[in-house]
Design a protein around this ligand. Structure first.
Ligand SMILES: [Fe+2]
Length: 404
C-alpha cells in the first residue's frame, strides 16, 4: 500500500512538472499587425517564457477542412530576448508573412517542436478600394482586465468583420509585465484574428526622475517594440510608433504625439503630398482640441492642424483626455458647413478612468460626454465614411457621415 502511494505521489509530481513546462513553453501574447503592404503581408508577434531557437510560424491558405495542412509554409521567427520589469527573462518572436494573395483567408499557428498555438484565421486586404470597416479604440490604460475586456469584446460583437483595430495609445498605465498581460488577455483571440495598428501614448514612454520628480521621457519603453511588429516607413527616430498604412482607399497616418511633433510634421507633409487615397485618417494620442478639464495642449494642434487643413485630412482620431468629444467639421480653427472642405476631430476613451469635461472648445463640438466607456466602428464606403460610436454596453452613442 505504502509503495503504491509513493508511486502515485511520484507520478503526480512528474505530471505537475510536465504541466508547468508546457505552460511556460506555450506561445502567448499572439498579435497580428498590419505592415505597409496589407494586401500582400501580415506581421505576427508572440512570446514564450522559455527560450526556443526553432520558433516559427506555419501558414497556409484556408480550406474548409484540415487539408490546408498539406500546403503549410514555414517561416522562421526572429527572436528578441527581453527582461521584464519584474526581472523575468522572456523571449519575443516575430515574423512577417510575405507574398500573400489579396482578399484571401489564411490560417497560421506559432510555436516550436510539439507546442503550438491554435490555427488562427485572418483575411488579407484587397488590392482594390472596396468598402470595409475598422474599429477605433481610445485609451484602455487602467483596470484593463477588469473593465476593458468587455469593451474589446463588445466591439468585436458589434463589428466581427472589422478589417483592422486602431489603438491611439495609453494601452497600459505603466509598462509593467502584469499590465501588458492584462492587455493581451482582454484582447484574447481578437488580437490573433483581426490585425491591429497602434501608436503609443505618454504612458508607454519611460519614467525618469528630474529634480526629484518622475516625468515621462522621450524614450519609448522597450516593451513596445517587442510586443508589436509595426511598419517602419516613418521618421527614423520613431521606429514602429510613427508610420503610415494604405488600406483599400484610406491612408492611415499614425503618429507618436509624445515628443518632437514639429519634426514629425515635416514627414507628415510629405506623406500627405504623395497621397492618392480617397480618404485620409490621422491617428495619434494627444488631441488637437483637449477635452479634459484644465487642459489645452498645443503640442499637436500647432504643427499638425495647418497640414490637415491644407491637404484635406478627413478624420483625426485621438485619446489621452479620458472623455469624449467629436467636433463639427473644422477648417482654420472654425466650424464650416458639412459640404465644405474640413476635418472632424475625435477624442475617445475605452477604459474606466475619466476626466471632467473641458468647456474650452464646446462651440466646436457636435457631441461631448464624460463618464462613458466607448468604442467606434468606422465604415468606409464608396462615397461615404460612416462613423458610429458605441457605449461599452453596445448602445449607439454618436454617429455622423462624411461624403465625397
Ligand atoms: Fe495619455
Amino acid at each position: 500500500m505504502k509503495r503504491n502511494f509513493l508511486l502515485l505521489f511520484f507520478l503526480s509530481v512528474l505530471l505537475q512538472i510536465n504541466i508547468y513546462s508546457q505552460q511556460s513553453a506555450a506561445p502567448e501574447r499572439i498579435i497580428l499587425n498590419l505592415t505597409e503592404n496589407p494586401s500582400r503581408e501580415i506581421a505576427v508577434t508572440w512570446r514564450t517564457e522559455q527560450q526556443f531557437t526553432n520558433s516559427e510560424i506555419q501558414f497556409a491558405q484556408s480550406t474548409s477542412w484540415i487539408e490546408f495542412k498539406n500546403n503549410v509554409i514555414k517561416v522562421p521567427a526572429i527572436e528578441e530576448n527581453f527582461m521584464t520589469d519584474d526581472g523575468k527573462a522572456v523571449y519575443h518572436y516575430s515574423a512577417i508573412l510575405k507574398n500573400l494573395q489579396p482578399k484571401t483567408n489564411y490560417l497560421y499557428r506559432v510555436g516550436h517542436d510539439s507546442i503550438w498555438s491554435e490555427w488562427n484565421q485572418f483575411t488579407t486586404a484587397s488590392n482594390e478600394n472596396i468598402p470595409f470597416k475598422f474599429l477605433f479604440i481610445g485609451d484602455p490604460q487602467n483596470d484593463i482586465k477588469e473593465h476593458c475586456s468587455r469593451v474589446f469584446r463588445q466591439a468585436y460583437k458589434t463589428a466581427p468583420d472589422a478589417a483592422l483595430l486602431l489603438f491611439t495609445g495609453d494601452l497600459v498605465t505603466n509598462t509593467s509585465d502584469i499590465l501588458w498581460s492584462e492587455f493581451f488577455d482582454a484582447g484574447g483571440f481578437i488580437f490573433r484574428t483581426i490585425p491591429s495598428i497602434l501608436t503609443p501614448g505618454n504612458h508607454e514612454h519611460k519614467l525618469v526622475k528630474v529634480d526629484g520628480k518622475f516625468q515621462r521621457s522621450k524614450i519609448l519603453d522597450p516593451s513596445w517594440n517587442v510586443h508589436f511588429t509595426l511598419p517602419e516607413n516613418g521618421p527614423k527616430e520613431f521606429k514602429e510608433s510613427s508610420y503610415y498604412v494604405d488600406y483599400q482607399g484610406v491612408r492611415f497616418i499614425i503618429l507618436n504625439s509624445h515628443y518632437n511633433v514639429k519634426e514629425q510634421a515635416v514627414w507628415v507633409e510629405k506623406v500627405l503630398q504623395n497621397n492618392s487615397n480617397k480618404w485620409t485618417v490621422a491617428a495619434f494620442h494627444v488631441p488637437i482640441y483637449s477635452m479634459g478639464s484644465g487642459r489645452d495642449s498645443k503640442v499637436t494642434r500647432e504643427p499638425l492642424m495647418p497640414l490637415f487643413d491644407k491637404y484635406g485630412v478627413d478624420l483625426v482620431l485621438t485619446g489621452h483626455d479620458h472623455a469624449y468629444g467629436r467636433s463639427k467639421k473644422i477648417y482654420g480653427g472654425k466650424v464650416v458647413p458639412d459640404s465644405s472642405k474640413g476635418t472632424v476631430y475625435v477624442v475617445s476613451v475605452s477604459g474606466p478612468k475619466m476626466y471632467a469635461l473641458n468647456p474650452l472648445y464646446k462651440d466646436l463640438m457636435a457631441k461631448t460626454a464624460a463618464n462613458v466607456s466607448l468604442f467606434q466602428v468606422i465604415y468606409v464606403e464608396k462615397n461615404q465614411l460612416k462613423y458610429q460610436s458605441f457605449t461599452a454596453d453596445g448602445n449607439l452613442f454618436d454617429t455622423f457621415f462624411l461624403t465625397k
